[in-house]
Design a protein around this ligand. Structure first.
Ligand code: ATP
Ligand code: MG
Length: 174
């Protein structure tokens, strides 16, 4: 899967709607401290279904919504749109939106879906919120320090079989 475009609105420091094109190949994000590099990576993880507020460096999931500054009022929602092409070249549009007091909602290609549907879309494509393709600060040290079971999970995610575990758990519960 190839991420092609990202649109952010009200997400953390990206208060005004911003659109980025992501070219094929390796992408690096550079800029001065505090300019929003980590926020950008977090936006990609978030739209892919990240459910841990802590890994978004927040206390609660609503902390991803622009909190306001001395000059600008806070926003009441955050939205991230991700455009990607799957391995067959098919276009994929995933939208995640969070409103204060209303939680997150997801859409895939214009259809309302559940968080776990989004997770499966990315797990099957060997990517997702925990994909080793997204290398954030501290991640390399975390790989080195990981326990064998955690490292196995990283390999399974890279191989695209993580989604099978979710389906097995589902099947076992039924
Ligand atoms: P560094 O080089 O230090 O790693 P960075 O480019 O990764 O910096 P980020 O951590 O992405 O920077 O951005 C930090 C900025 O985002 C801070 O100024 C912080 O106040 C702002 N920020 C984070 N969450 C919110 C929010 N919910 N509302 C408004 N601003 C936010
Ligand atoms: Mg950073």
């Amino acid at each position: 899967m190839q991420i092609r475009r990202l649109k952010l609105s009200g997400f953390k420091s990206f208060v005004e709607p911003a659109e980025l094109r992501i070219e094929p190949g390796l992408t690096g994000v550079v800029g001065p401290n505090g300019c929003g590099k980590s926020n950008l990576l977090e936006a990609i993880r978030w739209v892919m279904g990240e459910s841990s507020a802590k890994s978004m460096r927040g206390g609660g999931m609503e902390d991803v919504i622009f909190a306001g500054t001395a000059q600008r009022p806070a926003r009441d929602f955050a939205e991230v749109v991700l455009h990607a092409a799957d391995s067959a070249g098919e276009e994929l549009e995933v939208v995640r939106r969070i409103e204060r007091g209303a939680g997150s909602a997801y859409r895939v290609n214009g259809r309302d879906v559940r968080a776990k549907d989004v997770a499966l879309v990315f797990a099957d494509a060997a990517t997702g919120a925990h994909s080793p393709a997204l290398v954030s600060q501290g991640r390399i040290a975390a790989v080195i320090a990981a326990k064998p079971a955690e490292r196995r999970q990283m390999l399974e995610e890279a191989a695209g079989i993580a989604g099978l575990h979710v389906r097995r758990r589902d099947a076992e519960q039924k």
